[in-house]
Structure formats: structure tokens, C-alpha cells
Unconditional design. Sequence first.
Lengths: 167, 351
Amino acid sequence: MLEVFFENFFKKEKEGELKFIQNCPLFSDLTNKEMSFLRSLLHHRIYADGEIVFKPSSGTGMYIILKGRVNILQGQPNSQEESSLISALKEGHFFGELSLVHKKAYQSMFAQSAGDSKLLGFFQPDLQLILENYPKMGIKILTKISEILSSRLQKAEQKILQAHSSK
Amino acid sequence: MTSSLEKQKRIKRLNFFRLIFFLIIFSLLLASLFIIKGLFITLLLAFVLSFVLLPPANFLSLWIPRAYAVPIVFFSFLGSLGALLFWSLPFLSKQFNKLQEEFPKYIDQISVLINNWQDHLESNFIFVKDFNLSDKFTQILSSFGNAFLEDLPSTLTQSFTILLLAPFFAFFMMKSRLGLTRSLYPLVPNHVFEMFLSLHYKINKQIGVFIRGRILEAFIVGLIVGAGLILLKFPFAILLGIFASLTNLVPYIGPIIGSIPVLLVALAGDYETGQILLVMGLFFFTQVIDSMVLVPILLARIVNLHPLTVVVIIIAGAQFMGIIGMIISIPLVNALKVSVMAVYQHISDNI
């Protein structure tokens, strides 16, 4: 009886996890086989309330939130100055994806766990491993990262244009 | 504000304890390597085996599932190695026994040679009179030769369990792609996890390049020496080729040690000066190929040790583990240096 309960409990959690990974745009093009390989590489990490997930310009990878919430803040962690909240992320959201290609992608931001949280990490070395062993799969992920980058650039350009035209 | 400060303090304490815990587990595992007899060499062999077989297994797993690719590569390698040994062992052991039998003869002939030489010396320099060069030399040579020739078979039989266990370990190392160390990941505290991961990957990669390069280098050197000796119709060609390839793993000193038995056989046998010169030329040629072609291509990015450091390390290796120690001490220290450099670079990059 208890076993059945546990099985279902964990099954549900695993299914939820798969959904979260599939929802992440970086991995949306992967085949089932590639997805199962990717999942064997991901790291389950548990964070305490208030723990820093990554510091400014030192991240090496992205995280998907499985449980709990994570705040993205501007400023320096543990400093006297009050850091300002950029976005509050919750289950299913992901962050830090640009660290996969550029170590200092987030120079003035850091991520902090709000409450206990469970995160799924995917880091530069893991991407490197995919690129070396399964280049096709790696290219799919890199293409997605470039898409994210270009859409952000577009948004930034629009903002600059707006600022110019309002002058 | 005070509650958030409290929180930060609590997290700091937590991380500190996690780090200590992780370091204790890690050092216990490391200590067990040296406490459990033979485990260290078993693991080392398994490590080397898995690093050599990993690229073909990864290559094969582009087409077929990894669960099949690893065993296919693994067992076909072991099978062909076994077949090769089965086919060549009677021949090799015959050569080895012959060499063992004839070794004293060679030493006698060498001592005659040295005697002649000393006579020549004594007639020119009086002060060497009381110093019996031939006796000294024969003593050293025969004790070293006997130690080696007699030790080798017993070392090999002693390490039978090691040889049997190593493939077993290697198989599981290959199955879990990043090695067994990956199972330690959950224990690594959050604040150092990303650093740990990149470091582990970097070190793994560099050591892989190093081990594969060294083994390929030794193999090619052995091939050249063996083939050259066969062409020169020299006795014990294959055995001497294998010996030269094994000793080539020890830098600077290795090639010299590898050429000693060849020179002994050449000097003691009935060979013309031209033939001896040809054999010496073969070794010289091999070393030129090794240092001009093989090392730059295979090991270019790997740090080299200072010749003096190499000598000290080899002496230390011989002290701890005898002949095996001499062969493995340099690769081991080199791997350690690669690791330390990777750690240092990572830390200095992130400050």
C-alpha cells in the first residue's frame, strides 16, 4: 500500500520534472532519446531559504526551478546596499541560460532562493560534453540559445529606438 | 533586517559543515586507495583502460545505444588482447627464458670487454690501478639484471588479481560516462558546486589527453624499435621492443634504460661494429621521432617536468613501488600537476 503511494508520488514528481524540462525553450527541439540523455546529465540541487544560487559574473550554467521560488536581484549579494528585485521566478521557470555560453553574462545580477527550493542545474561542462559526443544535439541547444539572445537584442534595440524618438 | 542577517549566518554555517563533510568523505575515499592493498594500482589500471576505450565507445554510441556500445567496445578490446596474448605468450616466454639463460653469458662477455678496456686505461693512467672496474660493473649489472629478470614474472603473477579486477572496474567507470566520481556530486555544497563541476571536467579532459597520448607514444616507439630490430635480424626483437615501449613511459631515463639490454646483447654477441652502430642508430632515430614528431603532436599541451624533478620522482617511485613505481610515478605526478594547474587557473580566473 505504502509502496504504491510512494511510486505514484515519485512518478508524479518525475513527470512534472519532464514537463518542466520540455517547456524550457532550450530543450524544445530534442528527441525523446536526446531528452533522456539530457536528463541523465542534469543535477538536482537543494537550496535553503536565502541561499545564493549564483553570484554576479560567476555563473556557469542555467537552473530550472522544480520546487519553491527564486528571486533575481540587481546588486551585490550580502552587501549593505539594498538590492532591487528584477523578477520573482517560480516552479517551471528557468534562469541563467546565458551563462552557458558566456561566463560573465550576468554582471550585476544574482539569484537568491526565496524559501527552500529544489533546482535542476545544467552547466557549461555538461553542454560541452553534449557538443563533443552528440554534436547534433548540442547544435540544437546552441541554436535555441542564439534565438533567445537575438530576441533579447531585438528588444534592447527597440528600447533604444524608443528612447531616441521620445527625445 | 536582523532576521535576514541571521539567515545568512545560518547558511554560512550550513555551507561550512557541508564542505567539511564533503572533504572528510573525499579524503576517506582517497585514504582507502592507499590502505587497501593493490586497490591503488587496480584503479590506476582501470582508469587508464577506461580512458583509452572511452573515445571509441563514445564514437560507437552515436549510432547504437550506449548500453550496447560500451560492452561491445570493451569486450572486443579484451578479446583481441586475450587472443594476442594467447597467440604470442608461448613465443614471448620462450624468448624471455632464453634471455634469462643467456644473461650471465652476456655479462661475462661484457666483463672481458671491460677488462680489456681497463688494461688500456691502466697502461695510460696509473691511479686507476686499485679500482677493479670490471668487477664493480659486473656486480651492478648482474644484480640489476637478475633482479629485473627474476622479479618480473613474480610481479606479474602477484598482480594477477589486479589484472583481473582492473577491467571489472574499468567497465563500470565507462558505463557511467563521467566516471564514478559523479556519484559524489550531490555531496558537494552549493556554493562550490559549479567550480567543482568545471574543475572535474577540465582535469578529466586533460588527464584523458595525457594518458591517451602517452600510451600511443609508447606503442609507436615500441613498434619502431621492434620492427627495426627485426629488420636488422637482431635476437629477442619483439621482447626488446616491448621493453623499450614500456620504459619509454619514463621520460629522459626511460629511453636510456630501454636501450641498455639491446646494447648489452649487441656488445656481447658476435656483431660487427657496423651492425652495432646500426642498432644504436635505430635507437637514436626512434628518440628523434619521439621528441620531434610524437611528443609535439600527442602531448603538446601537456606540461613537462624539469629533468631534475623527473629524476627525483623516479627515485621516489622506485623506493615505494619498485619497477612499477618507476613507470607510474611520472604519469602520476604529471596528472597531479595538470590537476593543480587547472585548480590554480580556475581560482585565479575567478578572483
